[in-house]
Structure formats: C-alpha cells, structure tokens
Design a protein around this ligand. Structure first.
Ligand SMILES: [Cu+2]
Length: 399
C-alpha cells in the first residue's frame, strides 16, 4: 500500500514539474529563441557538462580508492593467493589505465568539437592505418592477459598429486557445513544422500571400509604448510564454498563432487597478530563498545568483543538463512592439528556407539524400566526407542 502511495505521489510530482515548465515557456518573451534545434549557447553548455561529468567520475574514483581501499583483504593466507592477487592487480591496473585515458579523451573531444554554427562536420569514410592500430593493440593486450590468466588458472586449479595432499570433504546443506577428514588411509569412504539416517548425517556408506576411519567435524582445522584437497558435496541446493582469506571459491553442486586444493601459509594466531588485523579488530571493537553503551542504556544484552577467525562462508544465496551459513577454520601448527584430530571420533566408532545405544535403550531412555522393555516384543515400542535415541545423537552432532 505504501509503495502504491509513493508511486502516485511521484507521478503527481512529475505532472506538476511538467506543468510548471509549460508555464515558464508561456511566460517567455515573444522574441526569445524557442527553437528545438540546439544553438551555440546550448552546445557550449553541453560541452562544459561533458567535461564536468568526467571530472566528477575521476574524483569519485579517487575518493572510493582512498576511503574504501582499507576494506581490501590483507595478504593472502594460502600459497597460490599471491599469484591470484598479482593477476587481479595487473588486470585492474591495465583496465584502469586504459579507462582513464579513453574516458578522458572521449569527454574532452565532446567538449573540443562541440557544435558551432560556423563549423561544418568533415566527411571521413575510413582510415585503414588507424583501424589497424586500434584493433591490433587490444588484440595483443587481451591475448596476453588471457594467456597469463589461463596459466595462473591451471596453476591454481591443478592439484599436484605428488605433494600427497590431505583429502577433506566439505559437505554443504541448508544452512551449515560439515567437514569429513579422510583418516589414516587418506581416502574418503563412499557417500550418498540415500544413506542419510540418524547419526549418519552425511550419508557415508557403512559398507565401505574406507569410510570407517573418516572423521566428521563441525570446525575445520588445517595444518599450516600442508597441501589440502577439498572435495565438495551438497545435500540439497547449489552452495558455494568461499574462503576469502585463502583466495579460494568453488561451487558446491548437488549430485556431483567438485574440488579445490590449496596450502594454508598463515596460522590463525599469526593472522591475528598481523598489523592489518590488529587495526581491524581494534576498530571493530571500538564500534562495538559504542554500541554497547547504547544497549546498556536500553537495558539490553551487550555484544561480545570481536576476535578474528578464518571462516568458510557460503557465497550462493541458497535460502533464508544463507547469510548465517559458515564454518570456523583454524589454521595451526602440525602438532596442534594432530592432537586435535586425534581427539575426534571416527565415523565407525560413532556408528557403533549409536547402534549400541539402540540395542540398549535403557542408556538413553533412562526411564528405569529396562526389565519391562526387555520383555516387550512389541515392534512398535522398539522402533520408538530407536528413533528417540537416534534423535538424541543427531542433535548432539548438530550442536
Ligand atoms: Cu549455502
């Protein structure tokens, strides 16, 4: 309704403006120039406006770089990140250089050769030499850029199997991530959404021996300096795994496995101590403190102070809670990583535990009547207990 009213008001304003301009035209002196054809004065004004517009464009460009340049990401935290940044800076630099010159010339010529009564346009059919120059220069430049881009692309995308990368599956679903480490054998067990049941949230094939030692976790830990190969799988819709600090992104497509490999080079701790991050964290916390004063005055709960962490984000709008689809990434030393991984339960042990719980309903049901349950052959009762115990486990994994 409000939108409808706003549209009506805008339409009425437009009609008013049009009527006012008509009144101005009627009130002009009879000897004034009412011709629809632009005269020298109009052309001069348009020429000046063309110049003013390009100056405005340049000023706003410089201002944006100055003001928002600080939002650019810091040094890449992965091995290939530097290559990626160089490719991007060279491309942006080249585009900016050509853009500034051609845009400036375009507007300057519009001003310089503005229409004049005394001036007649020259008929000039073509010039082979000029056409050759303005074709061959972009062709060479673009071909160079594309070839350089292709080499960088294949450098980044081709995973060097000789480096023996650690294989990790990243599993996306509305609206969260899970990571599955491939265990001692560095081979992921087969998986399929059809196997999703109870605690087996990722649908790992229980009959595949490679899957027994897989470890499913809610937080991604990576050892610094170790090549990692990610295999992406989606449960439902199209997602996109986005690691901005590592300059990596890959679509996560239902029904197929996509992959991307990189080597993290900066630990979470090192990134926290970097000059860039210290400044950023400080400014975020200053803002939060200001906000907290307001919140305190209103008697509302205050915000926690911010600490930097790497995150895996979803970069495809995949549904209502897409904005909140993220998983913490911790890059740490190999010893810390190994100690952490050691503590995580394997898929095999999780499944065993869950089936044990199903076999012994008294453990989870806790109603103190195991004798009654044991003596009860009613299939319905059994199923009920099975479902409830699986639910308890499923919740434990999700949390
Ligand atoms: Cu998503």
């Amino acid at each position: 309704m409000t939108v409808f009213l706003v549209i009506i008001v805008l339409a009425l304003l437009a009609v008013t403006g049009w009527q006012i301009s008509k009144i101005f035209q009627l009130s002009k002196r009879p000897d004034a120039d009412t011709s629809q054809v632009a005269n020298d004065k109009d052309n001069h004004l348009h020429g000046i406006l063309m110049l003013a517009f390009v100056i405005f464009l340049y000023v706003i460009t410089v201002y944006c770089f100055w003001e928002y340049g600080r939002f650019y990401l810091p040094e890449a935290a992965s091995e290939h990140g530097g290559e990626y940044d160089t490719l991007m800076f060279i491309s942006i630099g080249l585009i900016m250089f050509v853009q500034i010159i051609t845009q400036g010339l375009l507007h300057y010529f519009a001003y310089k050769y503005k229409g004049k009564k005394t001036q007649k346009a020259l008929f000039y059919a073509d010039n082979d030499k000029l056409e050759f120059i303005w074709t061959i220069i972009p062709v060479i430049t673009l071909a160079g850029l594309i070839i350089y881009g292709l080499f960088t692309w294949s450098d980044i995308m081709n995973v060097n199997e000789d480096e023996d990368p650690m294989v990790i599956e990243l599993y996306a679903y509305q609206f969260d991530w899970r990571a599955r480490y491939s265990g001692e054998d560095n081979t992921l067990g087969k998986a399929n959404v059809r196997f999703i049941e109870g605690v087996n949230q990722l649908g790992v094939d229980e009959s595949d021996s490679y899957g027994k030692d897989d470890k499913i976790v809610t937080e991604l830990h990576l050892p610094v300096g170790q090549p990692v190969l990610f295999k992406f799988r989606s449960q439902d819709v199209l997602h996109s795994a986005y690691f901005p600090f590592f300059r990596a992104q890959m679509n996560v497509v239902p029904g197929m496995i996509t992959q991307f490999g990189f080597t993290p080079t900066i630990t979470t701790e090192e990134m926290r101590e970097s000059e860039y991050m210290v400044d950023k964290v400080k400014s975020v916390n200053e803002e939060r403190n200001e906000k907290n004063e307001e919140l305190r005055a209103q008697g509302e709960p205050t915000l926690d102070s911010y600490e930097f962490d790497y995150f895996l984000l979803c970069n495809k709008i995949c549904g209502q809670a897409h904005y909140n689809m993220q998983m913490k990434i911790i890059v740490e030393s190999e010893e810390d990583f190994n100690a952490w991984l050691e503590e995580q339960p394997t898929f095999g042990s999780t499944m065993e535990e869950s089936s044990e719980n199903v076999d012994r309903p008294e453990d989870t049901a806790g109603d103190g009547t195991p004798e009654n349950m044991e003596g009860n052959d009613d299939a319905e009762g059994e199923n009920e207990t099975e479902n409830s115990s699986q639910e308890v486990d499923a919740v434990a994994v999700v949390e």
